[in-house]
Ligand binder design. Structure first.
Ligand code: G3H
Ligand code: 13P
Ligand code: ZN
Length: 330
């Protein structure tokens, strides 16, 4: 059993409070390996941004829980070595059982998400409350979810959005004691968030997806003023990466994300945490494919993972500065 405090990590309480007051959002970037972790930490140190290092249950299986714990501890030390201490949270993304959340808390996570959104409302409340009780006894913060995002969440596939119902949030937040709430207002996971037929085209022929349901977000804010809201499925799916991937042998089709302008608007509201995973995958894949195609004689992993890491770092710097507004807030 190890406490996150011993690893030099922080929970999300203080950074969410500041993000709410300062009208910006904390980046929650998913990682599965060393290069992704290095890119996230280096970008957040360079932009002086607080950061949430986010681990899915799939990532935990992939990377090994013990290694992850030391990687998070390493992230804290790495940031110091780079010359600037930033608040770092280690967060479980989409925890689906009490046992998984408990195990992460016992292994040094400072924040967990219990995603009971696929259960009935009452079962979601009961499960979330149980996790909150254990987590709070250990100083760990908890994110709950109300409403279902369309798309794939681990093994669960939802055909359509079930938007968060604003009339449920007060009851959910008070009965569970959660510290933040993930909501469904039109985002979804993965690189195919909208079908082209759902979009319109601007004067340059660029596809413009339907706007997020800011009306629902505003209604939620009215119900629980000042309460930290989380936006999942917030990748923008940069078209330059989609193009690079397809140019160098990939087969991505209809890859459409959330426009940055929509995310900037969300970051200025009660949305305190913005989750981004797919964009990291796209940036890395684009660069690795380019290296393979343009330097086919190379077979040293550092020669393609290094440039992929540089590209990732560049993308995270851009997001912190231009999209989330978290740059300079650490
Ligand atoms: O919300 C899902 C995240 O993008 C994690 O994806 O379960 O494939 O690691 P994953
Ligand atoms: P994206 O697939 O849009 O990156 O969303 C990631 C996410 O919500 C992780 O929980
Ligand atoms: Zn998510």
């Amino acid at each position: 059993m190890v406490s996150y405090k011993e690893l030099g990590l922080v929970n999300s309480k203080e950074i969410f409070k500041k993000a709410m007051e300062g009208k910006y959002a904390i980046p929650a970037y998913n990682f599965n390996n060393m290069e992704q972790m290095q890119a996230i930490v280096a970008a957040c140190v360079e932009t002086k941004s607080p950061v949430i290092l986010q681990v899915s249950s799939g990532a935990r299986k992939y990377a090994n829980q013990t290694l992850l714990r030391y990687m998070a501890q390493g992230a804290v030390e790495y940031a110091k070595e780079l010359g600037y201490e930033i608040p770092i949270v280690l967060h479980l993304d989409h925890g689906d059982t009490f046992e998984l959340c408990k195990s992460c808390i016992d292994m040094g996570f400072s924040s967990v998400m219990i995603d009971g959104s696929h259960h009935s409302y009452e079962d979601n409340v009961a499960l979330t409350k149980k996790v909150v009780e254990y987590a709070h006894a250990h100083g760990v913060t908890v994110e709950g979810e109300l409403g279902v995002l369309a798309g794939v969440e681990d093994d669960v596939v939802a055909e359509h959005h079930t938007y968060t119902q604003p009339e449920e949030v007060v009851d959910f937040v008070t009965r569970t004691g959660v510290d933040s709430l993930a909501i469904s207002i039109g985002t979804s996971h993965g690189a195919n968030k909208f079908k082209p037929e759902q979009c319109t085209r601007d004067e340059n022929g660029i596809l413009i997806p339907p706007p997020l349901r800011f009306d629902i977000l505003e209604e939620i804010e009215k119900q629980i003023p000042g309460f930290p809201i989380v936006l999942h499925g917030a990748s923008s799916v940069p078209q330059e990466y989609v193009k690079m991937i397809n140019e160098y042998g990939g087969a991505l089709k209809d890859s459409i994300g959330i426009p940055e302008s929509q995310l900037r608007k969300a970051a200025q509201s009660a949305v305190c945490k913005i989750n981004i995973d797919s964009d990291g995958r796209l940036a890395m894949t684009a660069k690795v494919r380019e290296m393979f195609a343009t330097q086919p004689a190379e077979f040293d992993p550092r020669k393609y993972l290094g440039p992929a890491r540089d590209e990732l770092k560049k993308m995270y710097i851009h997001k912190n500065k231009e999209v989330l507004g978290s740059a300079g807030k650490a």
